[in-house]
Unconditional design. Structure first.
Length: 260
């Protein structure tokens, strides 16, 4: 059949084409990246996370043989969450992104890539900052008692014969017991930080005056007729307590802001 001869010719043509044009898989051999090709100098392998976005963790400086340009040198990180890189002319900037370990992979066109390891840690914590955090955490545990006492107390902006008994029970059963627990918690806080200890003492003095005022309110509501003189004494105590607590709040904020 005619087709047989055509097929035989086609196979022969393909064979000639293959022999004439070798497969692209026979690429040039990749050579090892030795010191006589490129040398790399690293300032440090140990980095610390920084809040300054413009601060470079470290720099890799390199010098290559004639004929190898900066555009032939490329860098990547095998763990971008730990370090990132930015290529320059003769340098590679390495940025610390997060704690951990990572390798910067450097590729030079025509040569095997090399790997440079880095270790990244969190910045050291100022002891004073940790002490502030510990103090704030201790206060957080007491908020429930303070809130319950103050919120219940604030329900009664004035006292009359109609709400006297209800207010008395509220102060006796809710306000005073919860605020007493709050002050006991403040007194139980221990800190090696002298300034925080002083501020906590100021808070205790203010809160104690508040508790005295609350106790006087309860006494003023005990009889069937509200004792207005005792209510005035209570308001004076409460005002003095609020003044000291406000002073604590201002001085505490000023102290904390020193570390921002």
């Amino acid at each position: 059949m005619k087709t047989y001869r055509f097929t035989k010719w086609l196979f022969a043509t393909i064979l000639i084409a293959v022999l004439a044009f070798p497969s692209v898989s026979a690429a040039a051999e990749v050579k090892p990246l030795t010191d006589d090709v490129c040398t790399f100098q690293v300032d440090t392998h140990d980095l610390v996370v920084s809040n300054d976005p413009y601060k470079v963790g470290t720099t890799i400086r390199y010098k290559c043989a004639d004929g190898i340009l900066s555009i032939d040198v490329d860098s990547t990180s095998d763990n971008p969450s730990v370090v990132s890189t930015e290529d320059g002319f003769g340098i590679i900037d390495v940025y610390a992104e997060g704690p951990g370990t990572a390798n910067v992979i450097i590729t030079v066109y025509g040569y095997e890539p090399i790997s440079i390891p880095f270790n990244v840690t969190e910045p050291p914590v100022d002891p004073a900052i940790q002490q502030i955090k510990d103090y704030a955490a201790a206060l957080e545990k007491l908020v429930q008692y303070e809130d319950k006492a103050i919120n219940t107390s604030n329900k009664y902006s004035y006292f009359t014969s109609k709400n006297r008994k209800e207010a008395y029970l509220a102060f006796a059963n809710t306000v005073i017991p919860n605020y007493t627990k709050f002050i006991s918690g403040l007194k139980a806080i221990k800190t090696p930080n002298k300034e925080l200890a002083r501020l906590n003492g100021l808070y205790i003095k203010g809160a104690s005056l508040q508790l005295e005022g609350m106790t006087i309110v309860k006494k003023a509501l005990y009889s069937t007729k509200v004792d207005s003189k005792l209510i005035k004494q209570a308001n004076d105590k409460l005002a003095s307590g609020r003044k000291l607590i406000s002073q604590f709040s201002t001085e505490f904020s000023t102290y904390v802001n020193k570390f921002k």
